[in-house]
Design a protein around this ligand. Structure first.
Ligand code: IMP
Ligand code: MG
Length: 198
């Protein structure tokens, strides 16, 4: 669980202007790399093992990814959870095209999978204001899962009130607008292999 020290950030700064990165961003500059590919991969692997260890092997587990932001994290994570599981998705949007939360959560896709009697892990890319989690948890609880936990790659720890703290957190993130590894700014940058700040 780390965030790069300013000195380390400078070391990674040289990666930001490589032709490979600029090709992905369409020439748009990224301010700094917060978590590089190797750091993310190592942490995701650890999280997968921790998650597998937390559930009895014979009980049904459903990993529910919150789209779109979690799509890369979720696909890496489930491959590191060495036990049977099912995957489904939920689509909610709380951000418009900017960098601040609108405070409104819209459900755009509701999973058809039955949640009743299953262990559910809601997978988020990032917990920021906490609005999304606070809105989704009660809604999913109504469907009678055996348990419901939140797994987030990033947690900014700025939410004033969270109905439930995530059980699994990849990294305690700085309070900056982050992009890459699934996270977007106006739909750009999701395909960056690292997490950077704008
Ligand atoms: P929250 O409801 O404010 O906790 O955040 C909801 C969603 O906003 C997250 O799942 C992300 O998709 C998006 N979001 C929040 N912070 C950031 C950020 O720093 N970069 C990119 N997307 C973000
Ligand atoms: Mg987004």
């Amino acid at each position: 669980m780390r965030c790069y020290h300013p000195q380390e950030r400078r070391r990674y700064a040289s990666m930001l202007s490589t032709p490979e990165v600029l090709r992905r961003t369409g020439g748009k500059p990224v301010k700094s790399i917060i978590y590089d590919e190797q750091t993310i991969a190592a942490r995701v692997e650890e999280m997968g093992v921790e998650i597998a260890d937390a559930y009895a092997a014979d009980e049904p587990l459903l990993v529910l990814g919150l789209l779109k932001g979690s799509f890369i994290f979720l696909s890496d994570l489930v491959r590191h959870i060495p036990r049977p599981l099912h995957v489904d998705f939920i689509v909610a949007s709380s951000y418009g095209s900017g960098t601040t939360s609108s405070g409104v959560v819209n459900l755009l896709y509701d999973p058809s999978t039955l949640l009743e009697g299953k262990h559910i892990i809601l997978v988020e890319d990032i917990v920021d204001s906490g609005t999304t989690v606070s809105r989704l948890v009660p809604m999913l609880e109504e469907r009678g899962p055996k348990s419901l936990e939140i797994c987030t790659l990033l947690h900014k720890h700025i939410a004033a009130h969270l109905v439930r703290e995530p059980k699994w957190v990849g990294f305690d993130a700085p309070n900056e607008f982050l992009i890459g590894y699934g996270l977007d700014h106006s739909e750009d940058f999701r395909n960056l292999p690292f997490i950077g700040s704008l």
